[in-house]
Design a protein around this ligand. Structure first.
Ligand code: OGA
Ligand code: NI
Length: 368
């Protein structure tokens, strides 16, 4: 496949890229040393500057979960308050002493890397376009390949983890570790949903009982080294469409968060996980907790590996989601109309996850 020669027929290039089923990794393997035109990020480059984590007094906060289970009610309350304050202020933080062993984190990164570096013929058999598949584990490159504003320099696997698939539904190379890591992250996700429920003045199991963690989706991302990183993007800026996200990243770096109109790097902290709140929580909490815009910059070095786990209601769930009644008052009237997760996701997908267009949540605001 010759890719990157045709500026005037980007669609044909996209199709050839898709049909190769080899993703961005396949281009690197083929020796591509110039960014193919389909990957050139034509979005106006953001005027905002990027703050490295050590440059500023402010940096992405770190929460220590030590004592959440055995430290008594006072310690739990202290953590709950901290989670609440940081989620209100940042919506993005790192967490340490979260209960998932370092060996499990290390092996998860290695397992993800092993999959993306599988023999191409074997890897191809997992490749899909779109989500009309019954498979629990798939591999793709760019969810919005034909509709998004920019092709991301990244390949991704998607695994639907609730209910946990049968072992044979996973590729052997990462089967055991995804199952083990997934169990740990699922537990942690429910802990955060409990803390966030309590902080909104409702029962600890409120978000869970509203099915906010019903779907549990585990993505592994593979960002190959990029020949012209200044022209490309690993993940274009977006907000997550879920309740909360828990992310594991290796030491390469590149993840940035938009906070007070500035991009902040999310530094690699050994053993830490990155947590952020998503659109569904913003809607339910009536803007108490915000869904924060973030992106991943491409790098000359790599590959960068990350594993992102999303908690949200299942797509077909008929439940209506709206701001929690207990939070509402005359001073805090509902900002959003009620919607189903299916309607919400259809809206999100229609913009190709692109914040240059209009955040999906905006379209659910009640008229004032
Ligand atoms: C995502 C995401 C960031 C990363 O999967 O939604 O923002 O570091 N990932 O891979
Ligand atoms: Ni994201």
């Amino acid at each position: 496949m010759v890719l990157g020669t045709s500026n005037n027929d980007l669609m044909a290039d996209l199709k050839a890229f898709d049909e190769s089923k080899l993703g961005v990794k396949g281009l690197i393997d083929a020796g591509v040393d110039k960014l193919p035109p389909i990957f050139v990020n034509k979005q106006p480059t953001s005027p905002r500057s990027v703050k490295a984590s050590n440059e500023s007094q402010q940096c992405i906060p770190v929460i220590d979960l030590a004592g959440i289970e055995d430290g008594g009610a006072e310690r739990r309350k202290e953590i709950m308050k901290e989670v609440s304050d940081i989620c209100e202020k940042w919506g993005f933080f790192q967490v340490v002493n979260h209960g998932i062993h370092q060996d499990v984190l290390d092996e998860m990164i290695k397992g993800a890397k092993r999959f993306h570096e599988l023999d191409p013929e074997e890897k191809k058999s997992y490749y899909v376009r779109g989500d009309d598949t019954k498979k629990k584990f798939v591999y793709t490159s760019n969810f919005y390949l034909y509709t998004g504003s920019v092709t991301n320099w990244r390949d991704t696997t998607v695994c639907l983890m609730n209910p946990m698939p049968e072992p044979e539904e996973f590729p052997e190379t990462c089967r055991d570790i995804i199952m083990e890591y997934g169990k740990g992250v699922q537990k942690l996700g429910f802990t955060f949903m409990e803390l966030l429920s309590e902080s909104m003045g409702v029962k600890a199991d409120h978000l869970k009982s509203m099915d906010c963690g019903e779907d549990f989706i585990c993505l592994t991302h593979y960002y190959p080294p990029c020949p012209q990183p200044e022209l490309a993007i690993g993940i274009n800026q977006h907000a997550d469409n879920d309740t909360i996200t828990i992310l594991l990243q290796d030491e390469i770096g590149g993840l940035q968060v938009l906070h007070d109109d500035q991009w902040y790097e999310v530094p690699h902290i050994p053993g830490a996980l990155v947590v952020n709140t998503g659109d569904m929580l913003q809607l339910i909490s009536n803007d108490k907790y915000k869904s924060v815009i973030h992106r991943v910059q491409s790098k000359k070095i790599g590959p960068r590996i990350s594993v992102a786990c999303f908690f949200r209601p299942k797509k077909g769930n008929p439940r209506l989601f709206a701001p929690i009644k207990e939070l509402l008052s005359e001073e805090n009237p509902p900002i959003y109309r009620e919607t189903t997760i299916g309607e919400y996701l259809a809206n999100y997908v229609s913009t190709g996850q692109d914040y240059g267009v209009q955040p999906a949540l905006e379209r659910f605001k009640l008229q004032r």
